[in-house]
Structures are given as C-alpha cells and as structure tokens.
Write a protein that binds this ligand. Structure first.
Ligand code: SAH
Ligand code: SF4
Length: 431
C-alpha cells in the first residue's frame, strides 16, 4: 500500500514540476513514506531519518518530510527537534498528498509544514500514479482506502481513517491504461478488498468486489490479476466462483488468520472463529481446487496461553499454508488492545513462539513446493534471477517464485516451465 501511495506522491510532485532524483545525496527534498504497523517499523524509520540529517551539512536547504502512517500517528510531535534530536520539516498524513505542492511552499520558505487531516472521501481516483515497478510488468491499483474493522491490535484504522471505495470506472480505466502500456500483472489493493462497495455507479447498479473483479478479469486474456488483502469474515463464495471462472485471476488467495484459537480471535476482535475460518478454507478448496493459500500470523498476543498457541500450530498444519508472513505481537498506542488488554506474554516467549511458527511454515512451504516438482507451470518472467544472470525468475499463478535458465527471455514473457527441483522458498525449472 505504501509502495502504491508513493507512486501517487511522485505523480503529485512531478505534476508540479519536481523531478525524481537518483539518490538521497542528489535530492533537495526527501520524503519517507512510513509504516506504523509494528514498533520495529517505526524504529527503522527513525534511524533512517537520523542518518539523513548528515546530508544537511552539504545542503542546508534540504527538506525532509515524514509521510503516511507515522505522520498521522505521531503528528506534530515529529517536529519537536530537541526531543527527537533531529529536524523534520514536513509531516503529511495519508489523505493529504494533494496538498503537497502547497506544503512545499511553506517548507521552502523555512516554515514547518503539516497536514494530517484524514478524509472520508479521498481515494486519489483521478491521479495517475507514476509507475516505479521494475520492468513494467507488474503494477498495483489501489481500489479503496482506510479500514473500520478495528482489529484490537491494529493501528491502521487510527492512521488511515474511514473505509472508502474508489469509483469503479476510474479503476477499470487505470487497468486499461496499464494493459495498453504493456503491463501483465495487476494487484488490486485495499485493507479489506472484500468489503469494496460502490453505490453510485451509472444506472444505480451497485458494484461490489466480485463484480469489480469480473470487469477487470475480462479486459485482456494476457493479464494476470491478484488482490490483497481479504478479511476472512467477508470472503464470499460469490468471489470464489468469479476466481474459478476466470483464468486471468491468479489461483492464490491471501487470507490472514492471525491466530488458530477462537478465544484469541475474540480478543483480537476478528469477528470469526477457528471453525468459521476453516469453513472458508473448505469453500476455497471446493470452489477453486488447487488454489494456493497464504496467511498472516501473530504470536504472543495479549493473554495467549500455550494451549491457544498450539491451536495456531495445529491450524497451520490443517490448512497446509503455501506461504505465511509471521510476526511477534507489538503493542500499538491508542489501539483497543493497548487500552483494554495486557501485553503480558514475555518477549522471550513471543520470540520462541515466532520461531516455532516460522519453522513449521518452512516445512509446509517445502511440502507445498515439492508437490509441484514434475509439473508444467506457466511462469510470468519478472527479470534476471538475483543469484545469476544466466537465469531468469518469475511467478506462477499460485504465486510461487520459479528460477530457470535464461533463453533470451524478456520481462513480461509467459513461459511454460517444467519444475525440476525446489527449496522451501523457490522452485527450479527448465523451459
Ligand atoms: N488489512 C490487512 C492487514 C494489514 S496489516 C488484513 O486485515 O489482513 C498486515 C499484518 O500485520 C496483519 O495481518 C497482522 O498479521 C500484522 N499486524 C498488524 N498489527 C500488528 C501488531 N500490532 N503486532 C504485530 N503484527 C501486527
Ligand atoms: Fe488492521 Fe484488521 Fe483493518 Fe486489517 S482488517 S487493517 S488487521 S484493523
């Protein structure tokens, strides 16, 4: 989402005659687009901001701005030079990027510039993002902003504000433009794409996520479509039928579970139980056979007992995830959990539990990759492999990375690849 937002920021700035520099050293203005999701994300940003201060010696007029969720969460406290031990010139929240040119006028005249007003309508629908994506193969389209689910651990509803959906016509037009520009893969983005809803469409026919997907899936047979992220409580059978009907929609679903224990899920305010979640997995298996399933997991949430933690491990085994993002719980100020629950799982226990889920996931990923050895897969080439220029790398519809010998392939080519081996992270193949 931040990657996509940075493309909007770049667009607003270039429209106003600023140019992108190749490095921080060559820049007169540096924006950091920030994340508040866990404390370590914020610490990394603060360290980076400190490092950037040395550039002021060479360029005293340098403007440094903090954009996005940290700006929204920490507000003008980011401007307190004494306390922070560094100078920040601009603080701009995620709904205020249209105001950047005006804020630049203030900052260039030596004033501090701040806009952290959240909007209930801003979707940047009419702004064509400047694409950074390498090779022009894959691009993001933001289809909605904000979140009102208020999972008790999560800072997003506090930093990104109310949920709002973007005009479907502007989404379809952006997808068409990307196809015309030669892009092959589009990922539709939102905090909870399944609750996408547009009520003022032409002819008064409301547009929901399955119908939006249907519209985009039919645009070109050369296209691949992905989406992130789905909240399990809103993952409908209707959407699964759309996925199964369209070869252009990738057979890979990210369905963050967070915990395998119904009591923890209740404390997390996730609004589904272990059984509800497993029922959704059954539906995916039945309606979209062979679909890859990935997830997010948090270890050591408030009050998590050994037994509750083991329910997460058993659920992971039961689902047999192809991939997972795994995190230790990090208390975020202002969230429901911070206000009402005790962050009482010791750090050492959070760490051991995280290692356990990582180890288990590695085995599950290996198992899932081994099952693909011997099969023939259509791979969308992304570019040279990181390890060797004699190889290229790309992804399958199931979102698996495949590395195979380069036969003069270009980024954006579809290649049929025979899978010959694997690790837990990568498939190897021959074309
Ligand atoms: N909207 C998406 C997730 C956005 S945040 C969804 O609901 O699926 C991405 C992931 O970060 C979450 O799924 C969760 O696993 C993790 N996360 C969020 N808040 C966290 C916290 N306070 N501590 C640790 N992990 C957290
Ligand atoms: Fe956070 Fe929950 Fe919203 Fe995802 S759905 S952004 S985890 S509050």
């Amino acid at each position: 989402m931040n990657f996509s937002d940075s493309e909007i920021v770049a667009s607003v700035m270039t429209e106003n005659n600023y140019e992108t520099a190749l490095s921080a050293q060559d820049s007169d203005v540096i924006f950091l687009n920030t994340c508040s999701i866990r404390d370590n994300a914020e610490q990394r940003v603060l360290n980076r901001l400190k490092q950037l201060q040395v550039l002021r010696k060479k360029n005293p007029a340098l403007i440094i701005g903090v954009l996005g969720c940290m700006a929204e969460r920490l507000k003008t406290s980011l401007l307190e030079e004494q306390r922070l031990g560094m100078r920040i010139d601009m603080v701009v929240g995620p709904d205020a990027y249209r105001d950047l040119p005006q804020l630049m006028v203030d900052a260039e005249s030596g004033q501090k510039a701040v806009n952290i007003i959240l909007s209930s309508e801003e979707t940047y629908a009419d702004i064509t993002p400047v694409r950074y994506a390498a090779g022009g193969v894959s691009a993001f389209i933001s289809i909605m902003r904000g979140c009102e689910n208020f999972c008790s651990y999560c800072v997003v509803p506090h930093t990104r504000g109310k949920e709002r959906s973007r005009n479907p016509d502007s989404i379809v037009n952006e997808a068409r433009q990307l196809i015309d520009d030669g892009y092959k893969e589009i990922t539709l983005l939102g905090q909870n794409v399944n609750s996408y809803a547009w009520k003022e469409a032409s002819g008064n026919i409301p547009v929901d996520f399955p119908s939006l997907m249907e519209n985009i899936a039919s645009l070109s047979s050369q296209l691949r479509i992905r989406f992130a992220t789905s909240h399990p409580k809103d993952m409908s059978d209707e959407l699964l039928y759309v996925i199964s009907r369209h070869p252009t929609i990738c057979k890979s679903i990210h369905l963050p579970v967070q915990s395998g224990s119904s009591s923890v899920l209740k404390r997390m305010n996730r609004k589904y139980t272990r059984e509800d979640y497993l029922q959704r997995i059954e539906a995916i298996r039945k309606i979209v056979p062979g679909c890859a399933i990935s997830t997010d997991i948090i270890t050591g949430f408030c009050g998590e007992t050994d037994q509750e933690f083991h329910e997460t491990l058993s659920l992971m085994e039961r689902v047999g995830y192809d991939f997972a993002y795994m995190f230790k719980y990090s208390e975020r100020p202002g969230t429901i959990a911070a206000k009402k629950l005790k962050d009482d799982v010791p750090e050492a226990v959070k760490t051991i539990r995280l290692e356990e889920v990582i180890n288990l996931q590695q085995q599950l990923s290996l198992r899932s990759n081994q099952a693909e050895v011997g099969s023939l897969q259509e791979v969308l080439v992304e570019g040279p492999s990181k390890r060797s220029s004699a190889y290229v790398s790309g992804r399958t519809s199931r979102n698996k990375v495949v590395v195979f010998p380069d036969n003069h392939y270009k980024a954006g080519d579809y290649v049929m690849v025979k899978i010959t081996g694997c690790t837990s992270a990568t498939l190897k193949g021959e074309s």
